[in-house]
Design a protein around this ligand. Structure first.
Ligand code: PEP
Ligand code: MN
Length: 337
């Protein structure tokens, strides 16, 4: 059940409702908005008397949420924005362009990439320090050393960091460096990890499981939200189908579907969807045209030498050219870069 407070009503009225819900033995989640506050109630809400709630000062309406993903549901609020730094948010008018090496390799590679990405209009640096590899014999990432490289690049360029978290035991150490904690496709249903990320307030970018339905995807987001972290960004990165011409099949329809079902920002990773660099620009442009709030992409100074996923990293020139096209598409759909 959702309790919507009147516009501009004081926070105290919302806190009174929160107290009332607690007294009933249910769990209230207060979602503070810029215009109005909303309280989501978790638990068996049949014991709540709607008339009593409706009569409480400041309450505008009480609504049932039929979707199983209560806190992610669009019923709760309009589009959310997730604040990354003072001047970068995801879900607002300006697109979030996250790009960089698939795995952090050396300070030189990360620095050169971040500078090229920034010069072309990207605003968030990407790099994996812990890599989830299909083979245990493949390069697993530099770990802490990789996080330190990203932090050094952030110091010099000012670009915030998105990096993957694989293990619930690493949440604290990764959060010390990361501005956005990325949960990869293989961990979308790692519920213990999701709960741990719910206990911190750092933005979480949750990638869609490669075989997950949209509802399963939103239920995973619900784990983070219901554990207390409202800062969730969704990422469509291609799903596994019978097609082998591309690494995965980008589910472009997930963008309008998610936009209808949830208030959470939606970004797209065309690199892991395509698996081949020459297909990435077309998918990136389609994603923005379809309403995505941003992109996550692999870029490398010398893609064939990339230690992970060399086939899908864009060259600096390809990235720069793509950004020029993205600027035009962004304008056509009322966004900026
Ligand atoms: C990645 O972004 O580096 C990655 C491993 O992606 P995914 O989880 O989508 O496979
Ligand atoms: Mn990769």
């Amino acid at each position: 059940m959702i309790i919507v407070m009147k516009e501009s009503e004081s926070k105290q009225s919302a806190l009174n409702v929160v107290e009332h819900v607690k007294e009933l033995g249910l769990e209230p989640v207060l979602l503070e908005g810029t215009e109005r506050n909303v309280i989501a109630v978790i638990g068996d809400e049949r014991i709540m008397d709607e008339h009593v709630l409706n009569a409480m000062p400041g309450v505008e309406k009480v609504m049932p949420v039929l979707a199983p993903f209560k806190l992610a549901s669009k019923n709760i609020r309009g589009q959310s924005t997730v604040q990354i730094t003072d001047d970068i948010e995801v879900g607002g008018k300006r697109l979030a362009i996250m790009a960089g090496n698939c795995a952090v390799e050396t300070i030189e590679t990360s620095m050169a990439t971040a500078q090229a990405v920034q010069a072309a209009g990207g605003n968030i640096q990407r790099g994996g320090a812990y890599k989830p590899r299909t083979s245990p014999y493949s390069f697993q990432g530099l770990g802490t050393e990789g996080l330190e490289i990203l932090t050094e690049v952030k110091k010099q360029t000012g670009m915030p960091i998105i990096t993957e978290i694989l293990d619930p035991r690493h949440v604290e150490s990764v959060a010390e460096h990361a501005d956005i904690m990325q949960v990869g496709t293989r961990n979308m249903q790692n519920y213990e990890l999701l709960r741990e990320l719910g206990n911190i307030k750092k933005p979480v970018l949750l990638k869609r499981g490669m075989s997950a339905t949209i509802e399963e995807f939103l239920m995973s987001a619900e784990y983070v939200l219901s554990s207390g972290n409202p800062n969730v960004i969704l990422c469509e990165r291609g799903i596994r189908t019978y097609e082998t011409a591309t690494r995965n099949t980008l589910d472009i329809s997930a963008i309008p579907v998610l936009k209808e079902m949830t208030h959470l920002p939606v970004i797209v990773d065309p690199s892991h969807a395509a698996g081949k660099r020459d297909y990435v620009p077309a998918l990136a442009k389609a994603a923005i045209a379809a309403g995505a709030d941003g992109l996550l992409m692999d870029v490398h100074p010398e893609p064939p030498k990339s230690m992970v996923d060399p086939d899908q990293a864009l060259t600096f020139d390809q990235f720069t050219e793509l950004m020029e096209d993205i600027k035009k598409i962004a304008e056509a759909v009322g966004r900026t870069v």
